[in-house]
Design a protein around this ligand. Sequence first.
Ligand code: ADP
Length: 294
Amino acid sequence: MSTQEHVTCSKKNQDMRCGGENVAQQAMRSSLDRIKHKIVVLSGKGGVGKSTVAVNLSQALAMSGKLTGLLDVDVHGPSLPRLLSLRGERPQLDAGRLEPISAGPNLWVMSLGFLLSSEREAVVWRGPAKMKMIKQFLLDVIWRDLDFLVVDCPPGTGDEPLSVLQLLGPEAKALIVTTPQGVAVDDVRRSVTFCAELGNPVLGVVENMSGHLCSHCGQIENIFGSGGGEALAEEMGVPFLGKIPLDPEVVRAGDEGFAFLRVHPDGPTAQAMSRIVAPILGMAASPVGQPPLK
Ligand code: ADP
């Protein structure tokens, strides 16, 4: 570039670098570059266990020694503070940036829930305001050098998942949670198409509440059916990561505010969760940018 061009460019917009990327965008890029793997947890429907999967995935990664961030971008119903017994926590400000809340060794959490004055406070925000908030959660939170950032999105393919995937860029991988029933599975098709349109790879599909783990005999009964998510993953050409049974202890863990895997590291449900996490942990061993293991 000639000096003349450079001068014209600086005059045009002092905040804007030649090449079109402004200072704020560069700051965000360098902040996000410090995070090796970004996983965005999506679902077609609410209530399928997306937050439960996000919490237990993050917990498993942290327990395996990986530095993990967990970000909740559900503007209308942030649930992570409750699921991790972090209600009432307030992030500290450091030079205008927010410190994430520690949720045990190797795990840091940020949620809009930490910033609302009360749990009853309803947030009425439209698309651009949500985008701004999500940008701040990615840029203005001191995530430091993470192995993984897990982002828990509200269900569907609306403003929040769109903003997250656009801001994180094409290296962010989607993990899609469904239940085995046909109605839930149909919505997964939309999630897979959504990711394809944005150019984000799908890490895989998790079928949650797949069969019921009997608390008496320990056997898994397929009362609600099983295999819908697996068949869909095959149909859509995306990896199937595994099934998690419907287990009353998972409900209890959520209600009591602790990650299931932290207190039940063994047993059929924990083993099912660990099988799902294994290839994701494997990503950390391969060079950044490598495709996920299938
Ligand atoms: P979502 O984020 O999709 O809305 P949640 O993770 O909040 O769903 O889960 C909805 C409810 O289902 C919670 O009460 C949670 O404890 C329960 N739940 C999730 N997964 C399981 C499971 N595998 N077994 C039993 N209950 C589950």
